[in-house]
Structures are given as C-alpha cells and as structure tokens.
Design a protein. Structure first.
Length: 532
C-alpha cells in the first residue's frame, strides 16, 4: 500500500499504540470493563478505561513522536485515532467495554496531532498534520477498503511534498438579512449561461428548515426558513413569500446548470414545498456509482475522495445550534460543487461520458414513477389485512401450543417483553442453549443467528423441531405480507416509494420508504406461490 501511494517505507517510522499483542488479538482486552472500571475508580482517558499497559504505551508513543518529529502522521484504525486526537472519534459500548469508533467517518480527514492537548502531562508544544485511515488488518477482512486507504496515504504523501496541508477558503453567507438573500439570489439569476450551481436542503419534521446554494468550491449561502431548535420562523410571512418566489425564479432561469447529491431525496421535499426544481444536469452520487459501483456513495465519502481539502464535518443530527446547522448546509453545497467538477473529469477519463446521459435519464424515470405511485384497491387491501391477521393469530396460537408453559418465561428473562416467536434473541437461546443445537454463526457479523438461512439447517439437525420451524418461517413470511399491506399511502390511494437507481453493484434499483415515511420496499414483492 505504501508503494502504491508512492511512499518509501524506509522514510517511515512505524509504531503502535501498545507494543504488545493483546489476548485473543483483541485490543478490547487491554481495557477494563465498564463495571470493573467504575468499581475500582478508573480515571477514563478520552472516554475509555485503559489498563496500565495502555497508559504506559501512550506515554511511550508520545515520547517516540517527540523524538522522531514526523512531517505527517497516519493513524491506522480506531485505537490509533483515539490515541492521537482529542475528539475526532466516537465512543461506543461493546460487550460491556467502552471502545473507540468512527474511523469510517474520519478517515481521509486533515486532522492535527496536538501533543499538549492529547498528552497534557508529557506532551511538548508540537502540532503535526494527521490523517487517519483503515487498519491494515481490517482491510484484509474488507478488501474493497484497500483502494480508499491507498488514496488516504497519497494524501499524506502530498502533505510532505507540499510542506503542509492545503488551505480551505470558505466564503459563506449564514444567518443572512433579507437584503442579502435577495441580492445573492439576483446575482445567481444573472450568472452567465453554463454556470454551475448546487442546491441542498435540510429538513426537520418533514419540512425544509433551510436551503443552501453554492456557486463555487468556496462560495455558498444558507437561507433559513425556521429554527429547528426554537421552531420560530426566520422571516415575516411577506418576506418568506418573496424569497420563495425568487428561489423559484432561480430554478426557472434558463442556461444555468444544476448538480445535486442524491437528487431524488431533495426533490421530494422541494416539490412538497411547492417548488419546481430543474432537472439535474449532473448528480454526484450517480456519477460515482457509474465509475465505481458497489462502493460507498455518501457525500462525506465522495468529499474525502474528490475534494482538495477534506475534514469530516459530522452528521446533521449532531447539531445543537442553528449556526452549526447552517454552516453544515453550506459545507454540503460547496463540497457537492467541487465534487461535480472532479467527477466529470473522472467519468471522461474512464471513457464513460457516453453513459452518463443515460444514467441521468434513468433518474428522471425514477422521479416520474415516484411522483405517480401505484394505484391501490383500498377495499381489497383491507380484506386481505383482516384475513392475514386471522392467519397470524392462528399461527401464533399453534406456536404457543408447541412450547411447554414454563419455557417462554425462561427465554424471556426478567427484562424481555416480546413473545418468543417475535424475538430472534429468545429463539437463539431456545435452539442453541436449551436444545443444545450447534451454534450457526452469521458469516458477516460472526454472531449466532436464527435467520432464514439458519432455520433450515437447524431443521436438518433436529427433524423433531420441524413443525415448530415451519411455523416460524411461515409467520415470518406473513410478517412480510403484513408490512407490504399496511404501507402508508399517498392521497388518492396511491403507494409511492423512493427509488434508488444507485442501490446495487449490478445497477438494479432498490426502493424504500419515501422522504416522508410512506411507501416502502417494492423490489421484493412476494410471489403468489408464497401465499398458497
């Protein structure tokens, strides 16, 4: 990977958070469980409870960095990210331990190792550019991460070559006055034909609380409509009507070129708010999927790959103030603007330019299907729901009759509330603990499973459980039917789902609930033979 990134290994210093192998090769075993840490008064280190070997390792690590004085640091994995940064990570709980997380979000970011901040007792006044990426052991398990990690290493090599981190020059208009909004929108309306614009919306309780526009990789405006946190309107009714009219004029201005990230989502909210957005001339998610199908297409990942400067800017759910939210909206728009230009170059270099118009046309087909929806016979649907509920109750009664009276209480425990046939955890306890059947493990999660692939295997190992397993599988199938028959409808009895034309490696569409929580997954419609 270093060679692929143009880095000579003899120019690198490689070290570890702890220069020892933990028990079972699991870093978690170098930390104290939460209960033990609390009972023994452990002083946490940035949210974790490291054992003495880790505390000593951290001191040694900071001393090494002071002696080596690196030009740039690459932090491989969650534990290195935790050890070398103050807050560029999250903390989660795993099997009673506090563990670091967040490498998938923060990888590729331009961060900084601040010795005094991270190690206030032993650290010197030294600040070093730091770029996190995936741990090599994780890449061996998830091979498609390798190319992304090499990209991150190239970013580190660039820091050394250029003598530092590229600078970001942001010119955002946030918390604007009424005059600033009209002046900016009029400026955008008067841009020369062929100028590129990007648009992004933030939503709260199914309404657009702010909308952003960018016209360069640095320039953007966020136009608030109301405060997510207080609920108060930002404008007077007359001002808001004038602003909305001016936005619609911008959308209708001929000659301007529009790019979006995942246009289908924003479209739903814009049309619900009575805007008529223009058809996109580019969609960054569609372009990336065309070039690299099967890879992550979220905006932050695309920014980490295509933008000159990248630092993870968090999730909208993490915002605690309007100012943070409006800044976030502006970041979304300028990153989309910059990604647009780079992906256009990538599509051309890969010889895929002739396919992009077709992919954008497919996007319009999906939009039209979403708008139209599927007409539902509501009366027939109600009849089918009643029949299905009766069948579900009969099935549950049968399952209840198969189980001795004391077993369900044993499976449920003190805190469980669900009936055992609705709880995979209780089913796993029944099959693997009470019945002693060899545990079947999910190949992805490595955890015990009783999913649809596992149940037939259990039936082969213990045929006497056949009637119970058959009834469980039938109940699951009826649950799928029930979910489909009770999807929330649009007005005029139509079922409308949100379609993702970039959902799979094979370019097969996927579908889900729309932006307002109505509709659902329509690509796996149950077959008639399943209902027999």
């Amino acid at each position: 990977m270093l060679a692929d990134a143009g880095i000579a290994q003899n120019e690198c210093f490689l070290t570890n958070v702890v220069n020892a192998r933990p028990r079972e090769n699991d870093m978690q075993n170098f930390f104290a469980p939460q209960k033990e840490a609390k009972a023994n008064g452990f002083v946490p280190v940035r949210g974790l409870c490291p054992l003495p070997i880790v505390r000593a390792g951290l001191q040694a690590l900071h001393a090494q960095l002071e002696a080596v004085a690196p030009d740039v640091i690459v932090a491989f994995g969650n534990y290195a990210l935790w050890a070398l940064t103050q807050n560029a990570f999250s903390v989660s709980t795993k099997k009673g331990y506090k563990v670091p997380a967040g490498i998938s979000s923060w990888r590729g970011s331009y961060l900084e190792y601040d010795a005094k901040l991270v190690s206030p007792v032993h650290g010197v006044d030294r600040r070093v550019p730091l770029i996190p990426t995936y741990h090599p052991a994780a890449i061996l398990r998830q091979w498609n991460w390798r190319a992304t990690a090499v990209h991150d290493l190239r970013r580190a090599a660039r820091v050394v070559k250029d003598g530092g981190v590229p600078q970001e020059h942001l010119r955002f208009i946030k918390a604007p006055t009424f005059g600033q909004v009209l002046e900016t929108l009029d400026m955008l309306i008067s841009l020369p034909a062929g100028s590129w614009l990007t648009c992004d919306v933030e939503t709260y309780v199914n309404h657009i609380d702010c909308i952003g526009f960018a016209w360069s990789e640095s320039d953007a405006i966020c136009i608030p409509f109301f405060s997510k946190f207080s609920g108060e309107s930002y404008w007077t009714p007359i001002q808001e009507r004038m602003i909305r009219a001016r936005i619609q004029k911008l959308f209708s201005t001929p000659g301007l070129r529009w790019s979006n990230q995942n246009f289908i989502y924003d479209l739903q909210h814009l049309e619900a708010e009575l805007f008529s957005p223009p058809d996109p001339d580019w969609d960054t998610m569609v372009a990336h999927h065309l070039c690299y199908p099967g890879t992550d297409k979220s905006l932050d990942v695309l920014a980490s790959l295509y933008c000159d400067y990248y630092r993870y800017w968090g999730e909208s759910s993490q915002h605690t103030t309007d100012a943070e939210r409006w800044h976030y909206n502006c970041i979304d728009t300028v990153k989309t603007w910059e990604i647009t230009g780079v992906t256009q170059s990538v599509v051309e270099k890969l010889g895929l330019s002739h396919l992009m118009p077709e992919r954008l046309e497919v996007l319009q087909v999906a939009r039209d299907m979403m708008r139209r929806g599927v007409l539902i016979d509501v009366r027939e649907r109600k009849r089918m729901v009643i029949d299905l509920m009766e069948a579900i109750m009969a099935n549950e009664s049968f399952l209840q009759s198969l189980m001795p009276a004391h077993i369900p209480e044993l499976l449920r425990g003190k805190t469980g509330k669900a009936e055992w046939w609705r709880s995979p955890t209780q089913q796993a306890k029944f099959f693997y603990e009470l019945c002693g059947i060899p545990v079947i493990v999910n190949p992805k999660t490595k955890n015990p499973t009783v999913d649809d692939d596992a149940l037939p295997k259990i039936k082969l190992m213990q045929p006497v459980l056949g009637p119970l397993i058959d009834a469980l599988q039938e109940l699951r199938t009826m649950g799928i039917y029930y979910n489909m028959l009770t999807m929330a409808l649009e007005p005029r009895d139509r079922l409308s789902s949100s379609f993702n034309t970039c959902g799979t490696v094979s370019f097969r569409w996927s579908s889900s609930e729309n932006a307002f929580g109505r509709g659902g997954n329509l690509q796996n419609i149950a077959k008639e033979k399943d209902a027999a």
